[in-house]
Design a binder for this molecule. Structure first.
Ligand code: G3P
Length: 478
């Protein structure tokens, strides 16, 4: 045995024939934490072939029974939340309490998907022809939703379990099979989750988890002729995947530069509280994190004071100790974040705290007086640093939001709801939150990005719809 976690194929756990493994580095200790199999192209092909064959049978399993498998999976997942959460802290540096929430939220998502699948898929459409010019009542159309086939699910490191199940459970309830390619950091948590699915007794071959280097098996998976749908969350690799993928439905979530607009009549205490939670939870490593504050000059100092006071209370350190700020995912990421901060400082931005970094651990930083020639005004740090742009008119904030290539979410703080709705309409972003920080959940809400933030809309309901297609039977009377 090569001492690495096995991958999952045909209902079994196996070592790869490659004999190679990939190391997973603990973001806090910077030591090797786990090893996973580096699967070969042949193993990938075998997984996809099996998924293709198993899907044909799975689509014939009654809907109520498919839902029952998912409920059973949700139950097992919940029972195993502690060991999975421990893995999450070890390999992605998420603090333990948030890691537990991730697993609990995932179990809720799976159960909801089972129920929503029944609601959506139990109903078809019946169409009469005589409403269309030239037609009589000589035929009926019966339309229902059928599965696509094999769904390739590629979750990111920041929610390896939750964003895996957000793809897997809608796929399965709709009668698809699933090939899961976990992120390298997050893979062991994903494999534990897959073990819960194994324990739930899903048919052999219906599910698989292939691990390894994206550079070796990524292209094969994303251009595989037997893959019928890709659901990907991650960085701009997604753009390359889109360009190469065939004529199949694709769901992509590729990050955000979520603007937080604070107007003069805002409840500043509320805004500051949401900025802290929205900007610093999981150390800012969320696509929906507050990534740029645009505040009206008149209230900027008052808002900054509130944010700085709250930032001083954030704890920084070890994920197991439930610190608010934990190490970012990798040294490459830490260096990128540092580069953004230094670029801003060189160009005249004001730091409200000392710059401090130890390994991958970066102390939270509020960067004020940011101008549009600074990289931080446009780039996504994915770390615990937030830029502030002081604006003279609300329109400046709207323009900044609309000029960004990333457009996942945004938020507006104001007491004037009419104005907020008009501004939401003017902000060209996938979701605008009024008087709260950006967030994906609840997980059945539509979740989508505009421009380079993604393709398609997620959320449980939309994902089930995306992972099915309409099939019609037309009965022609003689
Ligand atoms: O970064 C992934 C994105 O889906 C964020 O989710 O729940 O933190 O808003 P959430």
């Amino acid at each position: 045995p090569n001492g690495a976690f096995k991958f999952y194929i045909a209902g079994q756990w196996k070592e790869s024939d490659s004999g190679s493994t990939v190391d997973i580095i603990n973001p806090f200790t910077l030591q090797k934490q786990y090893k996973i199999q580096a699967c070969t192209p042949e193993e990938v092909n075998k997984c996809v072939d099996q998924a293709k064959a198993a899907q044909k049978l799975w689509a014939k399993v009654p809907l109520w029974k498919r839902a029952e498998y998912l409920h059973s999976f949700a139950k097992i997942l919940r029972t195993n939340k502690d060991p999975i959460a421990k893995c999450l802290t070890n390999e992605v540096g998420k603090c333990l309490k948030d890691a537990i929430v991730e697993v609990e939220r995932s179990a809720d998502l799976v159960s909801y998907a089972a129920e929503e699948g029944i609601r959506i898929l139990s109903v078809g459409r019946f169409c009469m022809p005589d409403c269309f010019p030239g037609n009589g009542r000589n035929k009926f159309c019966l339309a229902s939703k059928i599965p696509l086939g094999v769904v390739l699910a590629i979750p990111p490191f920041n929610y390896p379990v939750n964003l895996a199940v957000s793809k897997i459970s809608p796929a399965l309830v709709a009668g698809n099979s699933v090939v899961l390619k976990p992120p390298t950091q997050g893979a062991v948590s994903c494999l534990h989750m897959m073990h819960c699915m194994h324990a739930a007794g899903f048919p052999k071959g219906l599910l698989c988890a292939v691990t390894g280097k994206g550079s070796e098996i990524g292209d094969l998976l994303t251009t595989h002729p037997k893959v019928n749908c890709i659901s990907f969350t991650g960085g701009d690799t997604g753009i390359a995947i889109c360009k190469r993928a065939g004529m199949i439905p694709i769901q992509m979530e590729l990050g955000g530069k979520d603007v937080c607009l604070v107007l003069e009549d805002a409840d500043l205490e509320l805004a500051a509280t949401h900025i802290i939670k929205g900007g610093f939870s999981y150390s800012g490593q969320r696509c929906t994190a507050v990534k740029c504050i645009c505040v009206m000059e008149k209230v900027a100092d008052a808002l900054v004071k509130k944010i700085v006071d709250k930032m001083a209370k954030l704890t920084v350190g070890f994920p197991d100790a439930n610190c608010d700020i934990t190490p970012v995912i990798s040294t490459v990421s830490a260096e990128f974040i540092e580069g953004l901060a230094m670029d801003a400082r060189e160009k005249g931005a004001r730091f409200h705290q000392e710059w401090k970094r130890e390994g991958n651990l970066i102390w939270p930083l509020l960067i004020d007086n940011v101008t549009t020639n600074m990289r931080i005004a446009w780039e996504e740090p994915f770390g615990p640093i937030i830029p502030i742009i002081r604006i003279k008119t609300p329109q400046e904030g709207i323009d900044h939001c609309n000029a960004s290539k990333l457009a996942l979410q945004g938020c507006i703080f104001t007491k004037n709801i009419d104005n907020a709705i008009l501004m939401s309409d003017a902000m060209e972003s996938g979701t605008i939150q009024i008087n709260a920080a950006p967030a994906r959940g609840p997980d059945h809400f539509p979740f989508q990005g505009l421009r380079e933030s993604g393709i398609g809309s997620q959320g449980i309901t939309n994902t089930i719809n995306l992972m099915t297609k309409t099939k019609s039977t037309v009965i022609n009377f003689q």
